[in-house]
Each structure stands twice: as C-alpha cells, then as structure tokens.
Write a protein that binds this ligand. Sequence first.
Ligand code: AMP
Length: 296
Amino acid sequence: MRIILLGPPGSGKGTQAQLLVQRYGIVQLSTGEMLRAAVAAGTPVGLKAKEIMASGGLVPDEIVVGIISDRIDQPDAKNGFILDGFPRTVPQAEALDDLLKHKHLKLDAVIELRVNESALLSRVETRVAQMRERGEEVRVDDTPEVLTKRLASYRSQTEPLIHYYSERRKLSTIDGMMAIDEVTRAIHRQLLALGAVEPKTHARSAAKAAPAKTARGTRTAAKKSAQKPAKSGKKAAKSARSAKKAAKKAVKGAKKVAKKTTERTAKKATKKTAKKAVKKGAKKAPKKVTKKRAKR
Ligand code: AMP
C-alpha cells in the first residue's frame, strides 16, 4: 500500500503515519525527518537545507525528490509506504508521478487531514510543551513565528495539491479535528473503501494486540490452551513416540485381521467354485475388517 498524508503543519500527519505503520507494517517516509537527520549529520544536503528549514521555507524540489526516490528503492519500502510531508508542491507531485511510473508502482490514496487553522497554533504549543516535559530537543521551527510562515507556504504551495489529487480521483478528505483514534479509524475505513487494505488487516492486528478480545474461535482456542496443562518438552516427545508406536501396532493388527478374515471366508466357500470363493473373499474381507475394527 502506498499513500500520501496531506495536511498543514500540526494537523497530525506524523502521529497518524506512525499509527498506520504499526497497523499495516509499512514504512513512514517523512522528508522533514530525513532532512533533520541530514542537518544533524552535516551532510551536503543538510548544509543546504539547514537555514531554509529554520526559517520555515521549503527546501528546493530537486533535493527532496532525490531523497524520496532513493528512499523508495530501499528494501524496507517494498511492502509499501506512507509519504508524510511529501509532496509539498505541484512540481514535487509531478516528479513523484514520474518516478512511481518509472518504478512501476501505483499510488493507492492521498489522505488529506483537514483541520481548523486556529487550532494549529495551540496544537503546536502543546506538542512543544510535551517535548520539553520529556526532555526532548524542540525543533527550531516549532515557534509561533516560524509556524505562521510554514502555514503560509502550505497555503500557497501545498494546498494546490488538493485540487491536483482530487482531479486524479485520488483524494480522500478526513476531519483531522477528531480525536486521534477516531481519525485513525476514519483513515482505515477510507482505505477499506478504496480497496487499499483487506478487511482482515484489522482483525489480524487486533488479534495480535489482544488475543482474548477477538473472534470467538480465537478466544476459545486461547481458553482451551490456557486450561490445558502445559507439557514439558521431554513429556511431549515421549507421548509423540508412544503415539507413533500405537499407530504402528494398529496397522499391524489390522493387516493380521484382514489376512485371517480372507482365509476364513475362503474356507467357508469351499462348496462353491474356487473362482467364486476367491471373488467373494476379496469382497467380504474389507467389510469384516471394518466390523471388527468397530467392535474394538
Ligand atoms: P516537516 O517535518 O514535514 O514539518 O518539515 C520540516 C521542514 O522541512 C519544512 O518546514 C521544510 O523546510 C522542510 N521540508 C520537509 N519536507 C519538504 C518538502 N517535501 N519540500 C520542501 N521542503 C520540505
């Protein structure tokens, strides 16, 4: 599954991307994260991006397109990915279309998280306060002034993507003002409706998370196995050996019975012609074997 999460800064793209990663086992490709890593590592890309990012501007398209193209080729992205923070401009979206086409990959959906702009500032303030509480380093671009600039660049450069993807029938809009888990559920429902995920994806992940609360079968199995005393490795091996022995014995016994029955039938049939007796014996033998087995 390959999806794009679209939304202004503070709309919850990162949070939802992480939840989707856990649920579907795909990777999150965040250009913001990759750029921050490049800045921290002091790579040539990082050096170019550092000032632009700190001021809330957009890093040149060719840089981010190059980063994404390389990242999609990594083995962990084979299963699928969520693009978070990319594309951010129409030329980036066009470049993405080209590179996916070139790599023979299909985009399943573009999920837009629509939020009330006045709530964004307080969301970002909360995020900063929580990060400080956890003793984490706060992003340099998470200040009210830079956020205002990031919002402005979202409106002028990224919002046109809503039209771009809706024209291509890829866009699904979700109310990003709902509680986090409600947004996740809405995204899942949308992906189901689009056929991007199979219905069992939910059951499988739910079973993994809480086996006792899932389908009746799973619950019964869990209950049964909980009631059964656990066998030690040695005991289990011993009982497997004796079961094998018993099976061998049973086969041997059945063969003996079959032989005896055929002989008896043949004796009884002495009055009839030899040909008839053989025929009759061969026919009756299996019946008698079954009867004898049933008696035992
Ligand atoms: P984010 O973590 O997505 O909010 O990104 C943080 C910053 O990284 C942005 O404000 C931009 O400066 C830069 N950035 C991230 N993704 C892109 C992109 N697709 N195009 C241009 N700049 C980007």
